[in-house]
Design a protein around this ligand. Sequence first.
Ligand code: FES
Ligand SMILES: [Fe+2]
Length: 434
Amino acid sequence: MLTAEENERLTRVGPGTPVGKLFRHYWQPIAPMQQLRERRVMPIRLYGQDMVLFLDGKGRMGLVDDRCAHRLVKLDCARTNDAGIRCPYHGWTFDTTGQCVDQPAEPAGSTFKDRVQIGAYHVQELAGLIFAYIGPDPVPLLPHWDRLVWDDVYRVIAYAIVPCNWLQCMENTPDAIHTIYLHGEFFQTWLGEQGIPKSDPRWALASGFQKPIIKHEYGMHKYGLHRGWLIEGQSETANTWTSSSPLVFPNTHVTSGSGRHDFGWRVPIDDTHTMQVVLRSFQPGNGVKVPKQDVVPYYEMPVRDEAGNFLSLDTVNGQDFMAWTMQGEIMDRTKERLGDSDRGVIAYRQLIRDQIERVEAGMTPINVFRDPAENVQIDLPTVLDRGHAWGYAADGSYIRGSVTAADRLPEDVANEIEDLYVEAARRKNMLVEV
Ligand code: FES
Ligand SMILES: [Fe+2]
């Protein structure tokens, strides 16, 4: 349980707030690159601040304040040209640094435009995602977490706009126990209600989650919070116990199945909206070459329809969206009742408090990288969180559909990925035909 003041301190992300200042030390994913290529101009809201992301006619990316400096038209409706983003009202144009470079109705030779700028922020592309940094100088390096720079994986980006505060989304990650009930028991109930046949791979996924967790511990990890889980039938030599898949501070989680890896962010849009971004990396192995991707495909995971029905309950992410939004817009932690099984949530809150205090003391929080040598590739453990719930079975066999069963990927993307796994399994004679 928290006091109302503590709850505010840990949840609010606007400028000048404790956690808002902490977040402004980190790069965050704001959009899939391919989505920007298609749209050219996109409104972006990060930590409650409104901006506009654009791609100019020469392929340069810009992230600038959302309003034109002239008479404050929101630039969401603007178009781009070779020079930058051009306001539709009177044609003022701003380049990727926010400098005004054209005022077509001003007299020839006017130097007015040279004295007009709008705020501009740092953006970089990596692994098919656009990352933004809107915090203080000096700008840190965009972290090269291993999942972002591996070159032998097939990547897909999934995102969702979840209408609740970021912290309740993140508190899901150091909460091992919810996986048994939400992704195991509830998932199976839902599959039964829908009359889904038992041959559907989602049943295997759900029953994998229902295996009891007999021990779970949390502690500091170099990059965040260590999560040690022991599932029934495993010994303390299991890598879920010894190696951990850490919560990467401040807002990233790592999940692995057999032959696939998810790296996910809960990005604070504002105090009551969070963008869940998941970079899914598929790694079929067995010598199967993954095709080079010029474009990383992306898709949106729907959360609710207008009537309030949850739309993605057949996916692990969608089950989480239901739980988080049903906690309220900003969960009222003055009313919660935490038990022994909530140790991970308590440890994570303490880690946030510790890092807020570092920032308040003028120090740099963890996971701010400035040394390029350290940032070539930052390796994270790869742990099968729930045994073989995703992808290959424990004996290495494969049934078509298993690795993408929980994701609701676009059909053509899922088929391309499944073909790779089927080919990999065939090479080892491990394909199970059903
Ligand atoms: S309001 Fe944008 S150019 Fe006039
Ligand atoms: Fe979950």
